[in-house]
Design a binder for this molecule. Structure first.
Ligand code: SAH
Length: 264
């Protein structure tokens, strides 16, 4: 409840009292009663103010983030823009970083891992050329943010995380937010998710030195892959692949720096 609504409530109680006075029925609501009602209203309406105001503030920051960091930098896919405007990124980062959730950078999410910069999330998602009926495999659930962005656009998202504590926390966040089309699993992404293959698109948010063959196998013919490739701790190439004739045709989109893809 905002300050406006809270004050409105108090004005309403006062108006009620005035109206009873005008009808000569002041005895029905005596001054001590009025004081008591007002006090209860004030206390009851108080705690939710900070919360609602906070959410509105985050929502404003999200709008500014999408305008300045996403649209102004050339992202045009309306599905991607809509998803980034909707997903509450601040709920995917640990409490101490919440205020920085809409800034132009990656943020720590614990266990030495990071949530990608919003712009990189947008670039990778747009380059997957997603369609509403698609089934997408993500390697590196991390905070779950990228999975949520994908889930706003496609039918089903399958996401694998190797660090159990991160995978569990992400699954909880996604459940709390009501996503029912994201399927998470703790495991080694090098092997993909053969039981759910083939996929229309694969997105890898940690960097292997070479593209894992299982991920190419599990991609449909005509399917798209986004994956950073290169040495751990160094600069990597963000590769876009399309599967044609059973093999992956690749192009390098830009240079990036992701956390390494580790093996079990
Ligand atoms: N997409 C995430 C960011 C992920 S950071 C988000 O939106 O928040 C990369 C993640 O990949 C880390 O959480 C890391 O633990 C995970 N990872 C690294 N190697 C992996 C592997 N072999 N299989 C699955 N996940 C892996």
């Amino acid at each position: 409840m905002g300050c406006g609504e809270r004050l409105f409530g108090i004005l309403f109680i006062t108006a009620l009292r005035v109206s009873f006075s005008l009808q000569g029925q002041t005895r029905m609501i005596k001054t001590p009663h009025l004081f008591f009602i007002t006090l209860i209203w004030w206390v009851w309406s108080g705690p939710s103010i900070g919360l609602a105001e906070g959410e509105r503030e985050f929502s404003r920051h999200r709008e500014v983030m999408v305008a300045a960091q996403i649209v102004d930098r050339g992202i045009t896919d309306t599905h991607v823009i809509r998803a980034l405007k909707k997903v509450p990124r601040h709920l995917f980062v640990p409490e101490p970083y919440r205020d920085a959730a809409y800034t132009d950078r990656p943020l720590p999410i614990g266990e030495g891992q990071t949530i990608s910069q919003p712009y990189i999330v947008a670039v990778m998602t747009e380059a997957l050329r997603l369609r509403p009926g698609d089934r997408v495999l993500e390697i590196g659930t991390g905070s779950g943010y990228q999975a949520a962005v994908l889930a706003e656009i496609v039918k089903d998202v399958y996401s694998i995380e190797i660090v159990a504590s991160l995978g569990r926390r992400a699954a909880e966040t996604l459940k709390d937010l009501g996503y029912t089309n994201i399927h998470t699993k703790i495991g080694d992404g090098y092997k993909g998710w053969p039981q759910q293959a083939p996929f229309d698109a694969v997105i890898v948010t940690c960097a292997p030195e070479k593209i894992p063959p299982a991920l190419i196998e599990q991609l449909k013919e005509g399917g798209r892959m986004m994956i950073p490739v290169g040495r751990a701790g160094g600069i990597q190439q963000l590769v876009r692949g399309v599967k044609r004739g059973g093999r992956l045709e690749t192009e390098v989109l830009m240079l990036v720096r992701f956390v390494p893809m580790v093996a079990d």
